[in-house]
Design a protein around this ligand. Structure first.
Ligand code: ADP
Ligand code: MG
Length: 695
């Protein structure tokens, strides 16, 4: 059986509208297992076309090409790899070495692609290089630095290393001087004793001297086919076990070095995008806890009021509501309140948030009287104290102020108000007209000197200047403060506490609400208005939290948009970079294909490059965004008092240790891979003929 059979083959080119041109037409040829065959003919006669159809750099438009009896028209996958590693080696006129790699690498690479393993490939490469007359001092030189004669000998060594069944040479000596030409011919002749060498040439002397058979082509047809009928004996192919050495790593490594600037640029682009992404994750992960922590960083965190909204104008177009004091039982049966809060009557009607306050003989009207249930550690956070002390006992003689109040009071007397006294006074008149017309009046009178014992530092955002007083002390006072005229009238001792507790819902004495106080401020609870069913909960901490929440929502969208833009930009940059790298290397890819590299291996080269860049970027970004989050948190803390706003969940995510960095690495690598593989996969198929054939 013929080694190669070309059966009625034509190669047609469409050269213009309704114009076609046949480079070769209806050619049939057979080649034996061994021998030296030359194809001669004028320039443009179709010699290279015949060779290219055998080497599959080109495809026929009509007819079939068989190799070892198999149709090789549509070589793919394993068959293609087998074809180039075992069956056909190509020696080009223009050498087609990988110019950026060393001499030794160029030759040993062919063996590695075939699967000889790195060590054996290097040994074989050295042997073949010496055989073609390349001195050892050239082994580590870049191929680009060699002379033409040296390059062709290196290319020949690369051809010999895999001992393919056939070597195809298209004018291998076209660019060489006569000495070099003869050396190459001798080696090819030697090879042809056991295997097949097909050479295209228009050097008649060399052809006549070395050929066993000469095929002459004219205008795309066979003009003559002369066989000298020399007996040659073909050699059986040696068997070996294929070793998987990932040679792509070596190519990737030198590519990375060669394109260091571009890779550093990709690294920065990816890092910026990743750092933004990590910070954004840190923000959405940390903001709730940060807000809750900020909300808790208030001395009156544990206190609030609870009221009920009642519709005033039922059935009308506009619905008006007003606050009323809910029924005690309604509050007490609410689970959240029952579990976490103590309920108290609201005494604002007799001890309002803004009583008359005198300080150093001057009236101060900015300060707001704010209740805490007690000054003990269960109810207020003593760690907020920044100066002075928190009163040991609950009385209305000692109170604590916040930083804003401190600043106002300090500015009045130009020294610290701690241990100074303020005078708080208020007078409330209460009158009743009984159903028989009797007129009764009582009054609540408060006039006290209060010592300021300490200052608490709170999150100042949205905060008002406050004086914190003990609500339990006020409650005691109201329990002991008797309404003399009313008591006389009804014949029973009635206190302000009784009077306000018993007030009707529509009476302003109720202040239209109850006060509730967290039983313990340390439980880390935060509440939102939804937690209280139909009742309306309000507190300064909730107010601040909700306004911060709104701000954060807006910020979240801003960050999201910024993030999307950054990531899209990065995809584009890295995609373009790897595509450019791949496009620049079309020729290398074509060479590797003809050495038997698979498409996947060629992709792997570029994948390695971006995966390494990606991996370094991810690690760098993880570390630097972690560091950066500290800096951002420090700045935000100084500006707003919020702590740990950015909290990147490095150590634990969804309760799984180190899930986040692992996810980041996985996603980052996937991202790098996709961005590299996608444009390469969808790019135009590389034309081997165009990349490799000399013009
Ligand atoms: P040679 O015998 O010099 O090696 P080739 O086999 O390379 O000749 O080319 C045979 C003919 O085919 C030439 O006339 C050439 O111009 C033509 N040819 C080669 N490639 C193309 C192409 N891509 N488009 C049109 N004509 C082509
Ligand atoms: Mg040619």
């Amino acid at each position: 059986m013929a080694k190669i059979k070309i059966n009625n083959v034509s190669r047609k080119y469409v050269t213009g509208k309704n114009e076609e041109f046949y480079a070769i037409r209806n050619i049939s040829l057979m080649f034996d297992d061994a021998g030296f065959v030359s194809i001669i003919g004028k320039s443009g006669s179709g010699k290279s076309t015949v060779l290219n159809l055998i080497s599959r750099l080109d495809s026929q438009t009509e007819g079939d090409v068989f190799f070892d009896g198999k149709d090789i028209s549509k070589l793919k996958g394993k068959d293609k790899i087998d074809f180039y590693t075992n069956k056909v080696g190509i020696l080009f006129q223009n050498y087609n070495l990988i110019e950026t790699e060393t001499v030794l690498m160029n030759v040993s690479l062919a063996g590695q692609i075939k699967g000889y393993g790195k060590q054996k490939s290097i040994e074989l490469a050295k042997e073949k290089l010496k055989h073609v007359g390349i001195r050892e001092n050239l082994f580590d030189k870049k191929a680009s630095l060699l002379s033409g004669g040296e390059k062709q000998r290196v290319a020949l060594a690369r051809c010999l290393i895999n001992e393919q069944d056939v070597i195809l040479c298209d004018e291998p000596t076209g660019a060489l001087d006569s000495n070099n030409s003869i050396n190459v011919m001798k080696i090819l002749k030697d090879y042809s004793l056991n295997r097949l060498v097909i050479m295209v040439s228009h050097n008649p002397q060399l052809v006549n001297k070395y050929s066993d058979r000469i095929i002459s082509i004219k205008d795309g047809r066979i003009e003559s086919d002369v066989n000298k009928n020399v007996q040659v004996k073909p050699l059986m192919r040696k068997k070996f076990t294929k070793k998987k050495y990932n040679w792509t790593n070596d190519i990737s490594a030198s590519n990375i070095k060669r394109r260091l600037g571009r890779n550093v640029f990709s690294f920065f682009a990816l890092s910026i995008s990743l750092i933004s992404a990590f910070i954004a994750v840190g923000f959405s992960y940390g903001k709730d806890e940060s807000l809750s922590a900020a909300t808790r960083k208030q001395f009156d965190y544990s206190s609030g009021t609870i009221s009920k909204q009642e519709e005033v104008s039922k059935g009308s177009l506009i619905s008006l509501t007003r606050s009323v004091r809910p029924k005690y039982e309604d509050i007490a049966k609410n689970k959240i309140i029952a579990q976490n809060f103590d309920i108290s009557v609201n005494f604002d009607a007799i001890f309002p948030p803004r009583p008359a306050i005198d300080y150093d003989g001057e009236n101060i009207d900015e300060l707001i009287m704010t209740p805490v249930y007690s000054f003990d550690k269960k109810h207020v956070d003593h760690t907020l104290l920044i100066d002075g002390y928190v009163p040991d006992n609950d009385s209305l003689d000692e109170m604590v102020i916040n930083k804003k109040a401190f600043d106002i009071l300090s500015s009045k007397i130009h020294k610290s108000p701690i241990s100074e006294n303020i005078r708080i006074s208020n007078r409330v008149e209460l009158t009743y007209v009984d159903f028989d017309g009797t007129y009764i009046a009582d009054s609540f009178e408060l006039d006290r000197l209060v010592k300021i014992t300490g200052v608490v530092g709170e999150m100042e955002y949205l905060q008002e200047p406050k004086i914190y007083y003990s609500y339990s002390a006020l409650e005691e006072l109201t329990k002991s403060y008797i309404l003399p005229n009313l008591s006389t009238y009804i014949g029973n001792d009635t206190t302000w506490f009784d009077r306000i507790s018993d007030a009707e819902d529509f009476d302003s004495l109720t202040s239209f609400s109850y006060r509730i106080f967290l039983k313990e401020h340390t439980n880390n609870q935060t509440f939102s208005s939804e937690d209280f069913g139909g009742l309306t909960f309000s507190s300064t901490s909730l107010l601040i939290k909700e306004s911060l929440m709104n701000f954060m929502e807006v910020a979240k969208y801003g960050i999201l948009i910024f993030l999307i833009i950054t990531i899209l930009g990065t995809i584009l940059i890295i995609g373009i970079m790897s595509f450019t790298s791949y496009s620049e290397d079309h020729k290398t890819s074509a060479i590797l294909t003809c050495l038997g590299a698979s498409n996947d291996e060629i992709k792997q080269i570029y994948l390695n490059e971006s995966l390494l860049t990606g991996m370094i970027s991810i690690l760098f970004s993880l570390v630097s965004s972690f560091g950066l989050s500290y800096l951002i948190n420090y700045i935000i803390n100084n500006l707003t008092g919020l702590t740990n706003l950015i909290s990147i969940p490095i150590y634990s995510f969804l309760n799984i240790p180190f899930l986040f960095p692992l996810l980041a690495i996985a996603c980052g690598l996937l991202f790098s891979a996709l961005v590299t593989i996608t444009p390469i996969t969808f790019s135009k198929k590389i034309s081997l003929k165009e990349e490799l054939q000399a013009l």
